[in-house]
Design a protein around this ligand. Structure first.
Ligand code: WT7
Length: 661
């Protein structure tokens, strides 16, 4: 494989959706799509209200759809009441779904466990009762730091059942990152696991929770509940720590769901922004769940017989909307996978699709690219070795999919039969925003095509004026939608500043650049316009990594972090570091770089480790002291500097930083 897999192949080919999908699709053909868009535009309240009544069960029906009186703090269905867990579980009891598998769980080692909707409801209810017995009540916040397991989903659903707001922290984040989130949200309980199994390795979780709690400021945490994933013992603090199985065993398998207002915060999920501190993105119960259920139908054309598989971890928004909530709200059978795509070998995904008869497969471009690479170098893990004929629909999420990877996915996984839904969305949007519909939209590789009905996405200039097709600009959403972020937890000012800047006429600012094609008006996302990187589909703030580097006060004086295009991970992290000692070379440079990478891994998490670190006696700065990041981006790519450097105070620094040690 050459560097061409991330290059921008000029793609003019158009792929029509297969007739077999179109024939029975929820939205069949472009006329049906356009009619829905028109309905949403003509009478948004009627459009959204109808969907909310059709797809969700309300204990108290709403009479108002959208309340814009305190924009941009929009409220949806806000005099209605419901419970998210009721809508995901109880709603299916007494229907044909009752004994249907809700989750087919495949462990890292290949062991399979199935739970039906009825069984899942019993588990969730039992754990919900256990949380209540620990003193957790409606309005409290619970941190979930769990591996991909049935129990992880149970913990989320149980919080929703009792009206507690959960905040899931990805199992790859460090004690420090976990501590900050526990503190920021004011958690009263932490649900974790003794260990997690990934790629045949047993990795600690509980000891990281202990470390986080020992950092201080987490006094509100009353209890830590520990799922025993493996047999290995962990330290348990008497009075504070309890095993999940033990606290559940004492409880009834019935728990009346706590009905909450539609605007009640279902969860807060932290994500990176352009400043150092991650933002707690707050989502509301009603609007979020509506969009989770609706997009399962529209984007994935979910049918009763489907076996749905979203490979995302519950620690990210994709794992919230398309593992923990959407598939259950829609009554799907879904696969939950504990492990990694390359263990025991890079054929694992394809083997699992065959084994479980997966029909809808949803993954990230970075995974596809790494599996292309593996298949190219080892025939035995090429997808042709497995029978993938069960597949109907393929999905992509998290970053732009380059046309080369799209074509491979289309040919080798979908056998040119399965439409690919390239879904553009964000932690803040709650669910899909711009995506092809599998039975309607002609696809162009590398383009996420058109917004979903009701989503008024547009491309504007810096004053908020529409730009013509073909001209790039800033991606915005002009009208509110039900699953949008409600606020940043504890920081409403930052919410307004980050997402509704004054100059943009009240539009929602996504933070991405985009361009629409001249012929079809299709959207193509060109990448973030802020200091946010996308590494393997994971969002990382450059400032977050810089703060971590300079926190190594014994060594580092200053640091600047930029992204560089990368064949597999999409973007790679490159750090430029000024040390409090002379610029190192050779072995010394390597040793310090290693130490710094290790530090960032411990401080934030392994996903934040810079791929490359370069040292200099200074950073390129303007006379006013501003770091010239565009020059650093060029140096990181090993490009010759052809840009204007006249405002640069210290030009000699460029050649120094161009040196690899
Ligand atoms: C950022 C959001 C969407 C859930 C997972 C990531 C990028 C996401 C696409 C896509 C091009 C995409 C954007 C966005 N992104 N999906 N299909 N095509 N770019 O959620 O961590 O909140 O990141 O991911 O840059 O702003 P997230």
């Amino acid at each position: 494989m050459s560097s061409s897999i991330t290059s921008v192949l000029q793609e003019n080919r158009v792929f029509e959706p297969a007739d077999s999908i179109k024939a029975s699709a929820a939205v069949s053909g472009m006329d049906a799509y356009n009619a829905l868009c028109q309905q949403a535009r003509d009478n948004p309240d009627a459009f959204w209200g109808e969907r909310a009544r059709e797809l969700l069960s309300w204990s108290k029906p709403f009479t108002r759809v959208l309340d814009e009186s305190n924009a941009p703090f929009f409220k949806w269905f806000d005099d209605g009441e419901l419970n998210a867990s009721y809508n995901c579980l109880d709603r299916h009891i007494g229907t044909a779904n009752e004994n249907k598998a809700a989750i087919i769980f495949e462990a890292d080692d290949g062991a399979v466990t199935r739970v039906t909707y009825k069984e899942l409801l019993a588990k969730v209810s039992q754990f919900a009762n256990a949380l209540k017995a620990q003193g957790v009540k409606k309005g409290d916040c619970v941190i979930i730091y769990m591996p991909m397991t049935i129990e992880g989903v149970v913990a989320m659903q149980a919080c929703a059942r009792i009206g507690a707001t959960h905040s899931v922290v990805f199992g790859g984040f460090s004690a420090h990152a976990l501590h900050d989130r526990i503190q920021d949200i004011g958690a009263v309980a932490v649900v974790t696991s003794n260990y997690q199994m990934r790629g045949g390795k047993e990795l600690p979780l509980k000891s990281i929770v202990d470390e986080a709690l020992s950092m201080g400021g987490c006094e509100k945490v009353q209890s830590v509940i520990v799922y025993q994933r493996t047999q290995t013992a962990v330290n348990m603090v008497a009075g504070r720590d309890h095993f999940m199985a033990e606290v559940m065993a004492a409880q009834s398998t019935e728990c009346a769901p706590e009905m909450v207002n539609a605007e009640h915060p279902l969860f807060v999920l932290y994500t990176s922004g352009s400043t150092g501190k991650p933002k707690g993105v707050q989502h509301a119960t009603g609007g979020y769940l509506l969009w989770a259920a609706q997009t399962m139908k529209w984007t994935f054309d979910l049918k009763d017989s489907d076996v749905f598989w979203c490979t995302a971890d519950i620690g990210w928004i994709t794992g919230h909307t398309y593992v923990a909530y959407g598939p259950l709200a829609a009554g799907a059978t879904q696969i939950v996978f504990e492990g990694v795509p390359t263990f025991p070998n890079a054929g694992r995904f394809w083997q699992m699709i065959e084994k479980h008869g997966c029909t809808i497969f949803y993954t990230a471009p970075t995974a596809i690219r790494s599996l292309i690479k593996a298949a190219d170098s080892d025939e035995s893990v090429h997808p042709k070795n497995w029978n993938l004929s069960s597949l109907r629909i393929l999905g992509s999420v998290g970053e732009p999919i380059n046309p080369e990877a799209w074509m491979w996915y289309y040919r080798h996984i979908g056998a040119e039969r399965c439409p690919i839904v390239d879904t553009f969305w964000q932690t803040e949007t709650g669910g899909h925003m711009i995506t092809p519909l599998p039975g309607a939209t002609p696809m162009v590789p590398g383009s996420c095509t058109l917004p979903l009905p009701g989503i008024e996405a547009a491309i504007v200039d810096e004053s908020g004026n529409d730009v013509a097709n073909g001209a790039g600009g800033i991606l915005v959403v002009k009208r509110p939608w039900p699953s949008m972020i409600r606020t940043i937890w504890g920081d409403p000012d930052r919410f307004v500043k980050s997402y509704f800047p004054e100059e943009l006429k009240g539009y929602y600012l996504a933070g991405d650049g985009a361009v629409r094609s001249e012929d079809r008006g299709y959207f193509r996302i060109t990448g973030r316009i802020d200091d946010v990187l996308n590494v393997s589909g994971h969002r990382m703030g450059t400032m977050e990594i810089e703060s971590s580097l300079v926190a190594k006060t014994d060594l580092v004086a200053e640091a600047a972090v930029v992204g560089r295009p990368d064949d597999v991970s999409g973007e790679a992290i490159v750090a430029f570091v000024v040390l409090k000692r002379p610029v190192p070379t050779g072995d010394e440079a390597n040793a310090i770089a290693k130490e710094l990478r290790k530090w960032v891994g411990q401080d934030i998490g392994p996903i934040a480790k810079p791929k490359e670190i370069r040292f200099g006696e200074n950073l390129p700065k303007t006379r006013s002291g501003k770091i010239m990041r565009r020059l650093l981006r060029a140096i990181a790519k090993d490009e010759e500097i052809t840009q204007d450097t006249s405002t640069l105070e210290n030009p000699h620094i460029l050649s120094q930083l161009s040196q690899k040690h």
